[in-house]
Design a protein around this ligand. Structure first.
Ligand SMILES: Cc1cc2nc3c(=O)[nH]c(=O)nc-3n(C[C@H](O)[C@H](O)[C@H](O)COP(=O)(O)O)c2cc1C
Length: 201
């Protein structure tokens, strides 16, 4: 079983990274044989999506379409494809996900999804190309907003959850909102991250 942990904080060893490590620890406590790969998006060269729509319009029967851009997404797309379990660790930037994560998501959405989904009266929505099921958890950190005000400062969980569901057949098993870490520090959230990781397995 492959666990892919994606860290979009540019600060290695800080809050998001620490909580992701705890969640990995929790997952491994349930199954030590899990094959873990943790990636920092900042270590990879990820160009912007050019909106050529080659991937979206691909009729491939493969689990994912091929992007026209050749960069480190070639490695990351393979990692996503191989994953069974996903951990998303991200800071909040201006209430949303940081641009590095958005760039990453924009690049893989239509690789793993085809435009055959339907929502209410909307057609051509993303739906997974592959039947492979995945399980996913999300860890969000922010500097000043405490969890009680999450509703005002958390577009991140929603976008990750929807993307995982509509592109990767992912079941989102839970999320941790580690708020106000500038004041509270990260230690008070470590146990929650560990338990969330356990839930993944
Ligand atoms: C450009 C930018 C925007 C930010 N926006 C918010 C915000 O809207 N709300 C908030 O509480 N913290 C905000 N922060 C603080 C980060 O969320 C916080 O530093 C981060 O969670 C720390 O994670 P890390 O220790 O893994 O780097 C922002 C930080 C940056 C750099």
């Amino acid at each position: 079983m492959n666990l892919l942990a994606v860290v979009s904080s540019l600060r290695k060893g800080k809050s998001t990274d620490k909580l992701v490590d705890k969640a990995i620890e929790g997952a491994l406590s349930k199954n030590p044989d899990i094959n873990v790969k943790k990636i920092y998006l900042s270590d990879y060269k990820i160009g912007y999506c050019k909106n050529c729509l080659t991937c979206r319009d691909s009729k491939t029967a493969e689990p994912y379409a091929i992007c026209t851009i050749r960069d480190d997404m070639d490695i990351l797309v393979k990692d996503i494809h191989d994953s069974d379990l996903l951990i998303w660790g991200t800071p909040i930037h201006m209430g949303y996900i940081p641009s590095i994560l958005m760039t990453f998501i924009e690049r893989f959405v239509w690789l793993f999804a085809k435009p055959e989904g339907k929502h209410l009266t909307l057609t051509n929505c993303p739906t997974p190309r592959s039947n492979k099921k995945r399980k996913s958890i999300t860890i969000i950190t922010n500097g000043i907003v405490p969890p009680i005000y999450r509703m005002f400062c958390d577009e991140a969980t929603h976008i990750i959850k929807e993307t995982v569901k509509e592109t990767l057949n992912g079941d989102n098993l839970g999320s941790l909102y580690a708020g106000a870490i500038e004041k509270r520090g990260v230690e008070c959230y470590l146990n929650k991250a560990y338990k969330l990781g356990m839930k993944l397995v």
